[in-house]
Design a protein around this ligand. Structure first.
Ligand code: NAD
Length: 351
């Protein structure tokens, strides 16, 4: 029998800690995986104690997932190289802003045949336009990458409330192994091949959620939000068809948890919607609200809107994506929030 696979989780925020609960518990029960699951923790001091020490002693990430016990086989490690160097499976789950630096630190220090899976929602801007985070990791580290995205608000997953998720993986054997690592009775996994479409859904839905938050802040109702979700989905599909040129982009993938389900949950729950609503009601900047409302957590929607806007501008496609464009212009170019309703009224879907 093959040696048990060592798993390392790169990241320990809200989602990183929730997934550590699942992966730690599954690894402890499945002989295909090594018992110890290392979790790289960006070290910080909480109430005078190191966060790694708190996690390893009290088995709780008191800052990012308070109130939940992490399995005792999840070992918090503050040194990134020490955490990842002997891992066979690397689970990437950090805010996308930090991925470049993290990969540069790991480069040349990890197993060349390690499998990577990215749970990171966001995109990077590369020289030719859009760059998927999994591509950034694959290029920097030379490892095979898959992705996991879905309607998975971390606190609800940690509460073991039923939900679904989608793994995008090109290799059937890898997909089956990753499913064994991630699936529980209350976290059901579907594996699909179109990993770039799965990943782009996870990034773009955060932009739509900012728009949904604007509507809540302006006092609009559920019909308006449904329209934002539908028009946002149409822009997501159109964007994927233009930018995911390496393979097929099927409508079926948008019907998986990574597509329409994640879009709905993010437009009702989730931090992007919440901060966007406060943006309208308080007049404060996105940066101010991120600091005030999120206790160190990062906001993905506005940053992704900025990256997508640059790409659309370069390709002369701004007119075709009014919702994505309005979110960027309202967040960063001081356009009035009411313009968001204008972009819905004049959407090319109705012309
Ligand atoms: N939270 C959710 O519900 C959820 C669900 C699905 C996917 N995601 C995605 O998972 C990814 C991680 O999100 P999260 O919710 O776990 O994180 P988070 O926003 O809760 O926490 C921020 C994390 O970043 C770390 N950090 C701060 N400065 C850093 C630095 N300079 N370098 C490296 N790390 C640093 C912090 O230690 C903390 O672990 C994101 O891409 C997010 O979109 C989140």
């Amino acid at each position: 029998m093959a040696a048990p696979k060592k798993v390392c989780i790169i990241g320990s925020g809200n989602w990183g800690s929730a997934i550590a609960k699942i992966v730690g518990s599954n690894a402890a029960q499945n002989c295909k995986f090594d018992d110890t699951v290392k979790m790289w923790v960006f070290e910080e001091t909480v109430d005078g104690r190191k966060l790694t020490e708190i996690i390893n002693t009290d088995h709780e990430n008191v800052k990012y997932l308070p109130g939940h016990t992490l399995p005792s086989n999840v070992l918090a490690v503050p040194d990134l190289v020490e955490a990842s160097t002997d891992a066979d499976i690397l689970v990437f789950v950090i805010p996308h802003q930090f991925i470049g630096k993290v990969c540069d630190t790991m480069k040349g220090k990890i197993k060349s045949d390690a499998l990577g899976i990215s749970l990171i929602k966001g995109v990077d801007e590369g020289p030719d336009g859009l760059k998927l985070i999994s591509d950034v990791i694959q290029e920097k580290l030379g490892i095979t990458m898959s992705v996991l995205m879905g309607a998975n608000i971390a606190n609800e997953v940690a509460d073991e409330k039923f939900c679904e998720t989608t793994i995008g993986c090109k290799n059937k054997n890898h997909g089956a192994l990753l499913k064994e690592l991630m699936q529980t009775n209350n976290f059901r996994v579907t594996v699909v091949e179109e990993c770039d479409v799965v990943e782009i859904c996870g990034a773009l839905k955060n932009i739509v959620a900012v728009g949904a938050g604007f509507c809540d802040g302006l006092g609009f109702g559920d019909n308006t939000k449904a329209a934002v979700i539908r028009l946002g989905l149409m822009e997501m599909i159109a964007f994927a068809r233009i930018f995911c040129t390496a393979g097929h982009v099927s409508s079926a993938t948008f019907l998986e948890s990574c597509g329409v389900a994640d879009l709905i949950t993010t437009c009702y729950g989730g931090r992007n919607r919440k901060v966007a609503e406060a943006f309208v009601k308080t007049g404060k900047t996105i940066e101010e609200l991120e600091k005030e409302m999120l206790n160190g957590q990062k906001l993905q929607g506005p940053a992704t809107a900025a990256e997508v806007f640059l790409i659309l501008k370069r390709k002369n496609l701004i007119d075709k994506f009014p919702l994505f464009t309005a979110v960027y212009q309202i967040c960063y170019e001081k356009h009035p929030v009411k313009e968001f309703i204008g972009c819905l009224q004049n959407h090319p879907e109705h012309m």
